[in-house]
Design a protein around this ligand. Structure first.
Ligand code: SF4
Length: 263
């Protein structure tokens, strides 16, 4: 979940964030419906992009009794300090829920190779399709090689993403293998989007302010500059708290000196 220059995905799900619905679906007074995966006996490999998006998705899956493992594969995230911080939060939350966490490669050279020529695409454009394809292809490959019949991604719960774009990429990746299916559940529905925010605040997750790649960082900063707003400060903002230094947060390490090359 992050702040962008562009408007969120204009699906009906965005309206679920209205205050009245937030209350209706709050963690205190709403019970999640039990999720029924398309293959009830299959193990689920869940691609996770970050802890804020994973918060509600993993809680919903876990409380539904689904056998789930998290696959963190996000070589799009830049710079490496930001990548490490998002990953550490993801691991922390998985440990809390007792969910196995697999650390995929940080093969940034491959990511930059694949998106070459798409550097100036807008968010939710063709660059993002290639970015999703890459991440889901690796997830589906791992699933096929390790006996997971079902894959999905936490990316779809973010209102900044195009759900159809994500699901199409997921299905494309899973279709490479006979025994792997992509679960196209709309995680935002039935209070999911509202609980995502509540869990993020409860857990005081690190709150990234751009999607992840160097181009989304560039474009968000350009938008901020045009609006007279300060540039993104990486590593300092947490849900439910004022911006603080990460070094002051128990359980979190210092955010190392940033690579200024690209911001
Ligand atoms: S904006 Fe986000 S989804 Fe799109 S290419 Fe960059 S990191 Fe990937």
């Amino acid at each position: 979940m992050d702040e962008r220059r562009s408007k969120p995905d204009n699906g009906a799900d965005y309206r679920i964030l209205a205050p009245t619905l937030m209350n209706r679906y709050s963690l205190d007074n709403y019970e999640r419906p039990e999720l029924v995966p398309p293959q009830s006996d299959a193990k689920l490999l869940m691609h996770s992009c970050c802890a804020p998006c994973a918060g509600e998705v993993l809680a919903a899956v876990k409380t539904s009794g689904i056998d789930v493992t998290v696959y963190f594969y996000n070589p799009n995230i830049h710079p490496v300090q930001e990548y490490e911080m998002r990953k550490a939060e993801d691991i922390r939350y998985c440990e809390e829920l007792g969910i196995p966490h697999i650390d995929g490669d940080y093969d940034t050279d491959n990511w930059f190779d694949r998106i070459r020529g798409l550097e100036n695409e807008p968010e939710r454009g063709r660059r993002c399709t290639v970015c999703f394809d890459m991440r889901f292809e690796r997830t589906a490959l791992y699933a096929a090689e390790n006996g997971y019949g079902l894959v999905s991604s936490t990316l779809g719960i973010s209102r900044w993403k195009n759900m159809a774009q994500i699901n199409e990429a997921g299905v494309r990746a899973a279709n490479r293998y006979d025994d792997v299916t992509y679960w196209t559940l709309n995680w935002r529905k039935q209070g999911g989007a509202a609980r995502m925010i509540e869990i993020a605040k409860r857990e005081a997750f690190y709150q990234q302010e751009y999607c992840g790649c160097v181009y989304s960082l560039r474009d968000t900063n350009r938008h901020r500059s045009a609006a007279g707003r300060p540039r993104i400060q990486k590593g300092v903002k947490f849900y439910g708290r004022e911006a603080i230094q990460s070094a002051n947060v128990p359980g979190r390490g210092e955010y190392p000196a940033l690579n200024r090359r690209s911001d």
